[in-house]
Design a protein around this ligand. Structure first.
Ligand code: ATP
Length: 445
């Protein structure tokens, strides 16, 4: 009997993402580039919405966090000071049999290149002793490629915030406690990337560093843990799929006094989605020592100058996207057919509503196009008149669109259309003004 490979949920999500224009393999016509992915029309829109949702919650809706956008290339000394040149390493092992290379502390996540159904622990190959491998990508600044021109693609966005602490404090006139937020690309030469967009070598981070008096670190640490938990709830993630993981003392990074990860239960197990860290004054102390710039803080409320402690919230944007896609993926039997629904929250769904004429005649397309143009002024919407209406619904369900609007015979008489809710499947008749109010509530409310 031939062993037919069963399609996993991850396989299905990867293929849905390609089919619907969420995520494509990078440079695909050249055979792809390991663990690099491109966001298609729907993926780019979803990503932009996630970033806006984060940016609004972390900066615009608050008055104590400022946003910045620092450059990816930074002075190479930054990475010496931060400890990345010496310590930003993962343990690497080689397999003497297949020559595969694996991250020694994540062997259970790796696949043997010769026997992909097995991990390197199970395939029978002999592994070397672990050695430390630095994850930073090196490059050269300017036309001469030598050691004095070596620079790095940033492996985290946080350092761009620390080196701008004084600039932001002075130009924004914020007083402690206050934070600096940033969204941007980071690069890590991961030994074993994988699980689609979960672990890649180029990714985006959404990070916020909150500067506080050292006596208040525990209070703010708890505060930001609550805020970040609530953010995923507001994003519509199933809360029973999330949990906290506290770092034990042997897990803590060299800079951290306390760290908790928010973990999600992916089809490949519980994994980190975001970290909340108490970084103490480690980073500012190091930068102050390296540059001689006084990073201490003082205002009239305090008796002496002090170096602020930092509470960091560090989320992966691509990993949040994967979480949203996995969390929203659903298969339902409809009249004997298996149908796929992508249950994305209207807040981040790339397409907020689709407008259909029931049939391509009797003035329905003209009316539907007018509604489409009206909605388009405020929301990303889609017009579709191709094929049976049931198939149009199915296409939009799979693409994650929360509402489908159908113009039918009655519309021409009383200006109401049916609005179908993807998740409840309920159909309600309403006019354009009511539809706009509904979308406004669901998308922006
Ligand atoms: P891991 O243990 O998974 O390698 P980490 O503890 O090194 O992650 P952090 O340095 O705390 O991760 O980075 C903060 C966030 O950035 C992570 O929670 C994750 O969402 C995201 N992130 C880190 N590395 C990657 C990567 N290679 N690909 C995609 N996202 C990443």
């Amino acid at each position: 009997m031939s062993a037919k490979k069963t399609e996993t949920v991850m396989d299905k999500i990867v293929s849905l993402c390609k089919r619907r224009g969420y995520v494509y393999p990078s440079s695909e016509i050249y055979g792809g580039l390991g663990s690099c992915w491109d966001y298609g029309p729907l993926g780019a829109e979803l990503k932009r919405n996630v970033k806006t949702f984060w940016w609004d919650a972390m900066t615009n809706r608050r008055n104590d966090v400022e946003g910045i956008d620092a450059s990816i290339l930074m002075h190479p000394e930054v990475w010496k000071t931060s400890g990345h040149i010496d310590e930003f390493t993962d343990p690497l092992v080689d397999c003497k049999t297949c020559k595969g290379r694996f991250r020694a502390d994540k062997l259970e996540e790796c696949r043997c290149p010769k026997k992909p159904s097995k991990t390197p622990l199970e395939c029978g190959g002999e592994l070397t002793e672990a050695r430390q491998f630095n994850l930073m990508f090196k490059t050269f600044m300017g036309p001469v490629e030598d050691a004095s021109n070596t620079t790095y693609l940033r492996p985290e966005t946080a350092q761009g915030i620390y080196v701008n602490f004084l600039n932001v404090k002075n130009s924004s006139r914020q007083k402690i406690p206050f934070g600096i937020a940033q969204i941007g690309k980071a690069f890590r030469n991961e030994i074993t990337p994988g699980n689609f967009i979960f672990r890649t070598r180029e990714f985006e981070q959404m990070e916020m560093q909150f500067f506080i008096h050292p006596d208040e670190d525990e209070k703010w640490f708890e505060y930001w843990r609550e805020q970040r938990w609530a953010w995923y709830e507001a994003l519509g993630i199933k809360m029973d799929k999330l949990r906290w993981h506290e770092h034990a003392s042997d897990e803590l990074a060299h800079y951290a006094k306390a760290a908790y990860d928010i973990e999600y239960e992916y089809p490949f197990g519980w994994q980190e989605l975001e970290g909340v860290h108490n970084r103490t004054d480690f980073d500012l102390t190091r930068h102050m020592e390296a540059t001689g710039k006084d990073m201490r803080y003082f205002d009239e409320r305090f008796t002496e100058k002090f170096l602020p402690y930092i509470i960091e919230t560090s989320a992966g944007c691509d990993r949040t996207l994967l979480t949203i896609l996995v969390d929203g993926y659903d298969e339902v039997e409809v009249k004997g057919d298996k149908r796929v629904f992508l249950r994305l929250s209207p807040k981040v769904a790339p397409i907020k509503a689709a407008v259909f004429p029931l049939v391509k005649k009797d003035g329905m397309p003209e009316y539907a196009k007018k509604v489409y143009q009206e909605l388009k002024k405020r929301f990303k919407v889609f017009y579709d008149e191709a094929g049976a209406v049931g198939r149009r619904y199915a296409r939009m369900d799979e693409a994650g669109c929360p509402f489908c609007v159908t113009v039918d015979g009655q519309t021409l008489e009383d200006d109401t259309m049916t609005v179908r809710d993807r998740d409840s499947m309920e159909q309600t008749r309403m006019n354009t003004a009511e539809l706009l109010a509904l979308l406004d509530e669901k998308v922006n409310g």
